[in-house]
Design a protein around this ligand. Structure first.
Ligand code: GDG
Length: 456
């Protein structure tokens, strides 16, 4: 198995935990960037064993980190795939660095892969890795999972390397997306720009065929519910309730990222305070936003914008005994987070675009079944395709957000319980174990290429 450790994708959260348990079950190995810098790339691997999982990591040199990780991954692909054409940068050096690092990863990891191993590659940092492994003779089952949205065809066409990038994905046997929408956008591009043909759930291009599937990632719902009532979870729950002094708490938890709709969230909340002055001292918004990708300019900008916005809103509406927004730029342990979610009457999850969004699921799992809070969720998060019983909103509309907050505050307990039960059913059924089993079963069921079987 293969995964980037340099990815920010849920690194503090469910994904790392999920992959670790898959690796334990299949006696697999995790390969990726260590997150460390070295003077010159040597491909020297550091092996470690942690809670039954072997990790094999390599350090990258400064130019690689700049061009591959900060560059193509986070300044080109991430914004474009999140519909932020205005933020995406197209530099040949970035594209070159991205390709070079994927080749280096292929050179380094190939000798570790045994004949009957299945390789599962995670996320947009590693699109071309499968093709590079094939070039080096790999006949293994190769799977790929994309954790972010797949953009519409016309949008992707803006990327100078789009055709080659999508073509390279035909090196895989199975490709997974969180939602049907991302899957359809991928097929639309492959069919209309490359001339691929869809036959029985497989996309065919030339002599290659790849199975494509929608397979939404989940969380370990039972474990997360347990965290909320653990000793530290209960302590943090009590601290939050005490600090709120009878007010209803609204919570947001997100990496500090422009895709998460944090500015729109603050503006929607401000709209609520303006439209409902009688509610002002009755609510409080706690926004937890640990910084991420802090060396990238657009991330520095969003950080300073949010500081300005929180300061302005607090300046305009605060009183001696109340501040509207508590805005915190640090991370907390998962059990503390679970207690915070449980103490919040509303979970406010308003990304402008999000592959899935695990915070929405964690908020639901952490609730008290007898008196659950209300999830307000952006229609543009992948999670909305599973959580139809959340209060779904358009995050660009401050009015819709304001109305949804009012509705959630007034929602009768029976309705809250009813909505929560339905959501909890979904996240318990399609949990993290279900996700990895669904994907890995599809990968293992996929027949090897006929010519590969002949050669074996
Ligand atoms: C990508 C995709 C997709 C956050 N703050 C703290 C903390 N977190 C944890 C959350 C959650 C995780 O980080 C964030 O996951 P998300 O899914 O919300 O978002 P991304 O990081 O953007 O993840 C996304 C995901 O990959 C998986 O496929 O859902 O769409 O963008 O687990 O709890 N964890 C701790 N302290 C914090 O302060 N411990």
């Amino acid at each position: 198995m293969s995964a980037p450790t340099g990815s920010n994708s849920g690194a503090q959260g469910g994904l790392a935990v999920a992959l670790a348990s898959a690796l334990r079950e299949y006696k697999g190995m995790w390969f990726g960037w260590s997150g460390e810098q070295t003077d010159e790339y040597t491909g020297q691997i550091t092996f470690q064993r942690n809670q039954g999982v072997t990790t094999a990591t390599v350090d990258l040199e400064e130019q690689d980190i700049e061009e591959y990780y900060n560059g193509y991954a986070n300044r080109t692909l991430w914004p474009l795939f999140h519909y932020r054409v205005d933020l995406a940068e197209y530099e040949r050096e970035f594209a070159g660095g991205y390709q070079r690092v994927n080749e280096r990863f292929a050179d380094t990891v190939q000798p570790l892969i045994e004949e009957d191993d299945a390789v599962w590659i995670q996320d947009y940092h590693l699109f071309p890795l499968g093709e590079e492994l094939r070039k080096r003779g790999s006949k293994n089952r190769l799977g790929f999972f994309l954790h972010i949205p797949w953009p519409p065809r016309r949008l992707l066409s803006i990327l100078p390397e789009a055709q080659a990038l999508v073509r390279s994905l035909f090196a895989y046997d199975v490709i997974g997306f969180h939602t049907e929408e991302w899957l359809q956008s991928f097929c639309d591009y492959a069919e209309h720009e490359l001339g691929a043909a869809m036959i029985d759930g497989n996309l065919h291009l030339g002599d290659r065929q790849v199975k494509v599937m929608a397979c939404p990632i989940g969380i370990d719902a039972q474990e997360f519910a347990g965290l909320a009532t653990s000793t530290r979870g209960r302590l943090s729950f009590r601290q939050m309730r005490d600090a709120a002094v009878g007010r209803d708490m609204i919570v947001g938890v997100d990496r500090l990222d422009y895709s998460k709709g944090l500015e729109e969230r603050f503006l929607g909340y401000e709209r609520f305070l303006v439209e409902h002055p009688e509610e002002r001292k009755e609510v409080t918004l706690l926004q937890i936003a640990p910084p991420s990708r802090a060396t990238v300019g657009s991330y520095q900008k969003i950080r300073s914008n949010l500081e300005g916005l929180a300061g302005r809103i607090n300046g305009a509406y605060a009183d001696i005994d109340w501040v509207p927004i508590r805005y915190v730029n640090q991370g907390y342990p998962r059990d503390v987070l679970a207690g915070i979610y449980r103490a919040a009457k509303i979970g406010l999850v308003t990304p402008l675009r999000d592959g899935m969004n695990l915070v929405a699921k964690e908020y639901v799992a952490a609730q008290n079944p007898e008196d659950p809070g209300v999830l307000i969720l952006s229609r543009f998060a992948g999670a909305a395709s599973q959580l139809a019983d959340a209060v779904l909103i358009n995050p660009y509309s401050a009015e819709e957000m304001s109305d949804a907050i009012m509705m959630a505050l007034r929602m009768p307990r029976e309705e809250r319980i009813e909505r929560w039960r339905k959501m909890m059913d979904v996240i318990s059924r399609e949990d993290i174990g279900w996700w990895r089993k669904t994907f890995t079963d599809a990968l293992m069921a996929n027949p090897l290429e006929p010519e590969q079987q002949d050669e074996d």
